[in-house]
Each structure stands twice: as structure tokens, then as C-alpha cells.
Design a protein around this ligand. Structure first.
Ligand code: GRF
Length: 197
């Protein structure tokens, strides 16, 4: 596959961007069907922005704070940047904003998210502590299409990891994160391949 035929994707982050790095690196392989053309963060100075630039990807900060409670106007500004970059798919990777129905509708069927649990178990926050408190034998992560309900959209792929005795939420989070780094690029590649077929 030539670079010209790769699907152009944007990754939205708020923090360290380790999943974003995995997505960018996978996208830079010659046989990968997508390329990350833009990394956007709602946090000025998010660590992931510099990581993206080091990998040669354009990285833009578009802070939500100046917009106050007006989420939709901030999202419209985000949407404009996405469209300026001719993005075909939006990939959320630790983007810590609750989206309004407006942005979800604007990218309906073309926005993915990764969540650090085996959905439908544990939507929302503190997933690892909740899995441990429940005495679960395994944990994992889920890639899904973004819909208006939080962490509710159709599931595209999951990876499972064991929960081991002595696990703390931090230890478990690290094991799950390693699985995320493999799962997310695989599922995004499969998704864009199917979308093009
Ligand atoms: C990941 O655990 C992901 O599942 C969740 O946010 C975290 C982002 O981590 N949605 P990173 O910034 O990719 O390291």
C-alpha cells in the first residue's frame, strides 16, 4: 500500500498519549492502512503533544477552558481543525471530555474510543479499582464506536489480561495499558480496511 492511499486519522488526547504513540508508530509502517495526520489535545502542554511532534506528526492544542461551559462551541472549533486536515476517522485516546451529541453526530460511525475495561463492565472512571473490588479473575480493554451514551457504542474489539494476586489498581492499569497498545492499532487498521471495502 502506498502512503497516498492511507486513511487519514486524527487522535484526540488529554494526557500522556501512550496509546497515541502506539497508533502513530503503527501508522508509520508501510503496510498499515491508516496514518495519523493530526494529534489534538484540549490541554495546553499535554505531554502527548511533544511526543507526537517528535514522531513527526502535527500536534495542536485547543484548550477548552476559554470556552467555559460552552462545550459545543469548543467542539465546533475542534471539528473545524479536523476538517482542515481532511481527517476521515477520529480516534479518542484518553480524551477526557464528555462529548455533546453535536460532535458525536458530526462524526457518527467515524469516531472510535478505547476504554480500560471489558465493556459492558465498568463504564466510566476507576475501572481497575472496581474490577479488583468485584473479585474479577480478568480485566481488559475495549475499542468501540462512539455513540451518545458514555462507553456504550458497538464493540469492535477487546483484549483480556489476568488479574493476579497482589494486584493494585496501578499494577493492573499497567498490564491493561500494555494490552491497549496492541489492541488499538489492530482494531483501527481493521476498521479502516472494512470502511474502504
Ligand atoms: C487509557 O487507559 C484509555 O483506555 C483511556 O485513557 C487512557 C489513556 O492513556 N481512555 P494514554 O494517554 O494513552 O496513556
Amino acid at each position: 500500500m502506498t502512503i497516498a492511499s492511507k486513511t487519514r486519522i486524527a487522535v484526540l488526547i488529554s494526557g500522556s498519549g501512550t496509546n497515541m504513540v502506539s497508533l502513530v508508530k503503527a501508522g508509520q509502517q508501510a503496510d498499515c492502512p491508516y496514518e495519523v495526520v493530526l494529534v489534538l489535545s484540549n490541554i495546553e502542554g499535554a505531554a502527548g503533544l511533544d511526543k507526537a511532534r517528535e514522531l513527526g506528526v502535527e500536534a495542536v492544542a485547543l484548550p477548552h477552558r476559554p470556552y467555559g461551559k460552552d462545550r459545543q462551541t469548543h467542539e465546533q472549533a475542534v471539528d473545524e481543525v479536523l476538517r482542515q486536515h481532511d481527517v476521515k476517522l477520529v480516534v479518542l485516546a484518553g480524551y477526557m471530555r464528555i462529548l455533546t451529541p453535536w460532535l458525536v453526530q458530526a462524526w457518527k460511525g467515524r469516531m472510535l474510543n478505547i476504554h480500560p475495561s471489558l465493556l459492558p463492565l465498568y463504564p466510566g472512571l476507576d475501572t481497575h479499582a472496581r474490577a479488583l473490588a468485584a473479585g474479577d479473575a480478568e480485566a481488559g480493554c475495549t475499542v468501540h464506536i462512539v455513540t451518545e451514551g458514555m462507553d456504550e457504542g458497538p464493540i469492535l474489539g477487546q483484549a483480556r489480561v489476568p488479574i493476579l494476586s497482589g494486584d493494585t489498581p496501578d499494577i493492573l492499569a499497567e498490564r491493561v495499558k500494555a494490552a491497549e497498545h496492541t489492541l488499538y492499532p489492530q482494531v483501527v487498521a481493521e476498521f479502516v480496511t472494512k470502511a474502504e471495502a
